[in-house]
Design a protein around this ligand. Sequence first.
Ligand code: SF4
Length: 66
Amino acid sequence: MKVVADTGVCQGHQLCQGEAPTVFGFDEDADVVVVLDEHPDASLRPAVVTAVKYCPAFALSIEEED
Ligand code: SF4
């Protein structure tokens, strides 16, 4: 999977970091999410899926790769 963040719609709530802190970071200056790990281990999938689901701005998505 590939984790994608649309920084244009991210509202800086930082909920994603709470769910998956090794995948999602934060740019304090720009006040937007930073994807730290675009290709996280499969074991992190549940946390990433939760982060995507609960992002209030719907800024996050997962692209499936072969
Ligand atoms: S939860 Fe959504 S709005 Fe909040 S920082 Fe993460 S991507 Fe941005």
